[in-house]
Every structure is written in structure tokens, then in C-alpha cells.
Design a protein around this ligand. Structure first.
Ligand code: SAM
Length: 221
């Protein structure tokens, strides 16, 4: 299955992290694409221009492309050296895409998703700026995931009292209902990010960002 890489940044990330998965690059003009590469990402200039064909591009950057959807990497569900993010039945593709983006940035081992939202829909990939190609992103059954399960919930215990293990599974709930009973019942800890009184919750991608960077900044690297 092919996924769209909408815009220069998505194509750039595809070429950086999974060059063999990029199946096409269309540019409005070779010269403009070369100038964009020179300014923003000289490291991908050669690969981008080697793929590029001139055509109609419906994106302000004048660059678009496609990539092959990789086979799911199930290994991250069982053993890891960096946390796995587990989204429990998210509804909005843009939120899931934003989670993939920050998970890639913070060096999480992957993003797994329960429920009916396919994390590879074009609107999810748009939300990650193509960083789906930088780490495993897959749909799962909750039973397939093993490891220390840290459920994130605004009513949980204060996260500041906890060291996030490197192999943690960070379970994040849906926009409307939070984490469901199946994963909540398996939690090793239920943790909250402190908020000002009167604020009910953070957007789920924001919560993932805060916890992943709590982990990332506690690590020695
Ligand atoms: C928009 S919130 C869901 C709010 C939902 N009404 C509920 O009952 O939990 C989406 C998810 O982000 C995470 N989250 C949001 N705010 C949080 C906080 N302050 N501490 C920990 N996790 C939080 C939780 O995993 C939550 O399920």
C-alpha cells in the first residue's frame, strides 16, 4: 500500500529515515526544489533530485511524494530499549499523527494504536510530517503488548514521583473517554502530569510529549 508524503518536509523525512520506501517525488520545478534543499536540508538534495519528476503539485512547498507502507514491526511490542507509546482508541487522525511526530523526535521505540483508527491514513501521515517512516507505527490488540504499563490519566498519581523505565509502555487515552478499562486494569501505575486547578486535561499529543521528554531528559544521553 502506498501513502502520500505531502510537502517538502514529509518527503525529506522519508528520504532521511527510509529512503528505500520512497516510491515517487513530484516537484513543481527542479530549480525551486534544489533551492529548498540547499536552504533547509542539504543532506537530502541528491536523493530528492534523483527521484524528482516535474508535475502538478498541490502543496505550497512545491514538493510531494509517495512511500510504500512498511510491514508492521511487531518486535517493539515485546522488547524495547526506549518507551513505546500506546494510543488507546484515538479518534482524530491529526492527534495520532502529532503523537508519531513527537515519538520520533524523542526516540520512542514506536507508536501502537488500539481500536478502529488506522494510524497510516493520509491525514495521520500528514500530522507527523512523514515521520511515520522513522519508527514502527502499527495497529495492535491490547493483549499483544507486554512490558511495564504506565497509564496516563489526569487523575493519576503525580508523575514527578516516578522514573519512567526505558522499556515503558505509555498508555494514552482517547480524546473523549480516556484510557479504557482493559488497559487500565493492566496498569503498573496510573500517572498524571500536574495541571493548574480548573484545567481538565491536556491534548493527548501534548501529554505524550511531556512524558516522553520527562523520560528523555532523565536519560544520560
Ligand atoms: C484529552 S485527554 C482525555 C480526557 C478524557 N475526557 C478523560 O476522561 O480522560 C486524552 C488523554 O491524554 C492524556 N492526558 C491528558 N491530560 C493528562 C494529564 N494531565 N496527565 C496525564 N495524562 C493526561 C490521558 O492519557 C488522556 O486519556
Amino acid at each position: 500500500m502506498t501513502v502520500p508524503l505531502e510537502g517538502f518536509h514529509a518527503v525529506k523525512h522519508g528520504l532521511r529515515f527510509a529512503p528505500s520506501a520512497v516510491t515517487s517525488v513530484v516537484v513543481r520545478s527542479h530549480a525551486d526544489a534544489a533551492a529548498l534543499c540547499a536552504r533547509l536540508a542539504p543532506d537530502v538534495t541528491e536523493a530528492l533530485l534523483a527521484h524528482a519528476v516535474v508535475g502538478e503539485v498541490d502543496h505550497p512547498t512545491g514538493v510531494t511524494g509517495t512511500a510504500a507502507r512498511p510491514a508492521p514491526d511487531l518486535s517493539v511490542l515485546r522488547a524495547r530499549t526506549t518507551p513505546l507509546v500506546l494510543l488507546d482508541q484515538p479518534r482524530h487522525p491529526g492527534n495520532a499523527g502529532a503523537v508519531v511526530r513527537v515519538a520520533a523526535a524523542a526516540s520512542a521505540s514506536g507508536v501502537a494504536v488500539t481500536g478502529t483508527l488506522d494510524p497510516w491514513t493520509p491525514s495521520c501521515v500528514r500530522g507527523s510530517a512523514g515521520l511515520h517512516l522513522a519508527l514502527p507505527v502499527l495497529s495492535v490488540d491490547p493483549d499483544d503488548v507486554t512490558g511495564p504499563l504506565l497509564v496516563l490519566d489526569a487523575d493519576g498519581d503525580d508523575l514527578r514521583g516516578t522514573v519512567v523505565p526505558d522499556d515503558a509502555v505509555l498508555v494514552v487515552g482517547s480524546e473523549r473517554d480516556g484510557v479504557g478499562p482493559v488497559l487500565r486494569g493492566r496498569a503498573d501505575a496510573v500517572l498524571s502530569l500536574p495541571m493548574r486547578p480548573g484545567v481538565s486535561s491536556l491534548n493527548l499529543a501534548t501529554a505524550v510529549a511531556a512524558v516522553l521528554y520527562r523520560w528523555r531528559l532523565q536519560a544520560p544521553w
